[in-house]
Design a protein around this ligand. Structure first.
Ligand code: HEM
Length: 409
C-alpha cells in the first residue's frame, strides 16, 4: 500500500535521510542530526535508502508506548515495513524475531526456559572459566593483540555453542555467515546465501540430534518435533536466530564497551577497583544504555491507524524506533551523554521493549558482568595499541561495534 506520504514528492524533498551519519568526533554518540530531530519533534518522517519514507519516533516514552502496541507489526514481508537493507524475496526465515503473535509467542515460548535468570545464573561459573582461560591465553601470547578476535568474539560464541549444542569448532563458518547477514552493505543475494548456509547447517545439526539427542537446547527442540508441536524447519530457523543473536551482539558490547572504558579512564578505574557486584551490574546497564549497539532502530509497520504525539500513523506506514536516541533522551536519563557507571540505567531500551524484548538479556547481562568484573582487574594496564582514529567502526552493520580492537598492556 502506498501512503499519501510516499506519494507526495514535494514533501519528500524536505525529508531527512535515515540512517544519518555518525559524527567523526565521538564514535559512541548517535548521529548529531538524529539527536537534533529528537529535540525538535517526537515524531518525524525520514527517507530510507530505497527512497521510501517512514515515521521516526525520537523519544524514549513514545518508543516504549509503541513497542508495546500490538497494532505495530514486526513482519518484514508486509508492505510498508521499513527495511534496513534490500532483501531477496522468499529467503529463509530467521527464527521468530520478524513474526507477530500468536505464532511469535508460540515459538518463543519453546525456548524461554534456558534464558530464565535462575538457569542463566547456573551458567556463571562456566562463563567465568571461559573468560579466565581466554585471558590466560592472551597473557601468554604475543602483544599487541586484537581483542575482538582473541576475546570479545570467542566469549559469547563459546557460551551460545554450549547452550545450543553447536560445535565451537565450526565457529569460523558460523561467524563469517552471521557477519554477512548483519552487514547492511552486503548484496541481497549474499545475505540470502549466508542465511541458507546457516539454515542448512542448523538443519543438519537438528537431524543429528533427532537420532542422538544430548543435553542442550537444540536437542530439547527435537522432542517438540517428535511430538508434532514444531516443524523441523522452524527448529532450524530458531537455531539460526539464537546462534546469531547469541554471539554477535554480546561480542560487540564487549569490544565497544572496552573501548569506551579505555576512553573514560576514571570510569574504568571504578570497575577495576571494586568488588561490589551491584556496581558491576550497574556498569553493565550503563554501558548498554550509552553504547546502544542495535543502532539502526527497531522497525515496525502499522496494522491500524495509531494516534501518538498529536499525529496519526496510518495503517501500512513504516515506523522506526531508534533505541540509541531513546537511551539519550534527557527526559528519561539525566545528563544522558555522560558515561556514568554508577547511574541506575536499567530502564534503558537497549534490549528493546514489548513482546520482542530481547530473549537473551539475562544471558547477555551475566556474560557482560563476568567480563567487566574480570578483564580490567586481571589486565590492569590494558590500553589501546592504536590511535582511536585508526579503529574500524561498524558503520555498515545492523549491529554497531568495532571490527578490530588492537590492545596491549
Ligand atoms: C548485549 C547483547 C544484546 C543486545 C544489545 C540485544 C538486543 C536485542 C534487541 C534490541 C532485541 C529486540 C528486537 C526487536 O524488538 O525487534 C533483541 C531480540 C532478541 N534477542 Fe537480543 N540482544 C543481546 C543479546 C542476546 C543474546 C545473548 C541472545 C541469546 C540467544 C539474544 C537473543 C535474542 C532473541 C531470540 C531476540 C528476539 C526476541 C523476539 O523476537 O521475541 N540476544 N535483542
Amino acid at each position: 500500500m502506498t501512503s499519501a506520504l510516499q506519494q507526495s514528492g514535494a514533501e519528500s524533498a524536505e525529508i531527512p535521510e535515515y540512517p544519518m551519519a555518525r559524527a567523526a568526533g565521538c564514535p559512541f554518540d548517535p548521529p548529531p542530526d538524529l539527536m537534533a530531530q529528537q529535540r525538535r519533534s517526537p515524531l518525524t518522517r525520514v527517507r530510507l535508502e530505497d527512497g521510501s519514507t517512514s515515521w521516526l519516533v525520537t523519544r524514549y516514552a513514545d518508543q516504549r508506548t509503541l513497542l508495546a502496541d500490538p497494532r505495530l507489526s514486526s513482519d518484514a514481508e508486509r508492505p510498508g515495513y521499513p527495511r534496513s537493507a534490500p532483501i531477496q524475496p522468499g529467503g529463509p526465515k530467521i527464527g521468530f524475531i520478524l513474526m507477530d503473535d500468536p505464532e511469535h509467542a508460540r515459538l518463543r515460548r519453546m525456548v524461554t526456559a534456558p534464558f530464565a535468570i535462575k538457569r542463566v545464573e547456573a551458567m556463571r561459573p562456566m562463563v567465568q572459566r571461559i573468560v579466565d582461560d581466554l585471558i590466560d591465553e592472551m597473557l601468554a601470547g604475543p602483544k599487541p593483540v586484537d581483542l575482538v578476535e582473541a576475546f570479545a568474539l570467542p566469549v559469547p560464541s563459546l557460551v551460545i555453542c554450549r547452550l545450543l549444542g553447536v560445535p565451537y569448532a565450526d565457529h569460523d563458518f558460523f561467524q563469517a555467515n552471521s557477519k554477512t547477514i548483519i552487514k547492511r552493505t552486503a548484496t541481497p543475494e549474499d545475505r540470502a546465501a549466508a542465511s541458507e548456509n546457516l539454515r542448512d547447517y542448523l538443519d543438519r545439526l537438528v537431524g543429528e540430534k533427532l537420532d542422538d539427542p544430548g543435553d542442550d537446547l537444540l536437542s530439547r527442540l527435537t522432542e517438540r518435533i517428535k511430538s508434532g508441536e514444531l516443524a523441523r524447519q522452524d527448529a532450524a530457523a530458531i537455531g539460526v536466530l539464537l546462534l546469531i543473536a547469541g554471539h554477535e551482539t554480546t561480542a560487540n558490547m564487549i569490544a565497544l564497551g572496552t573501548l569506551a572504558l579505555l576512553e573514560h579512564p576514571d570510569q574504568l578505574a571504578l570497575l577495576r577497583d571494586t568488588d561490589d557486584p551491584k556496581l558491576v551490574a550497574s556498569a553493565v546497564e550503563e554501558l548498554l544504555r550509552y553504547l546502544h549497539i542495535t543502532h539502526n532502530g527497531r522497525r515496525r509497520v502499522a496494522l491500524e491507524d495509531i494516534e501518538i504525539a498529536g499525529r496519526t500513523i496510518r495503517a501500512g506506514e513504516g515506523v522506526i524506533l531508534p533505541n540509541d536516541i531513546g537511551n539519550r533522551d534527557p527526559d528519561a536519563f539525566e545528563d544522558p551523554d555522560r558515561l556514568d557507571l554508577r547511574r541506575g540505567a536499567r530502564h534503558h531500551v537497549a534490549f528493546g521493549f514489548g513482546v520482542h524484548q530481547c530473549l537473551g538479556q539475562p544471558l547477555a547481562r551475566m556474560e557482560l558482568q563476568v567480563v567487566c568484573n574480570t578483564l580490567y582487574k586481571r589486565i590492569p594496564t590494558l590500553r589501546l595499541a592504536a590511535d582511536l582514529r585508526q579503529i574500524p567502526f561498524k558503520h555498515d552493520g545492523s549491529v554497531y561495534g568495532v571490527y578490530e580492537l588492537p590492545v596491549t598492556w
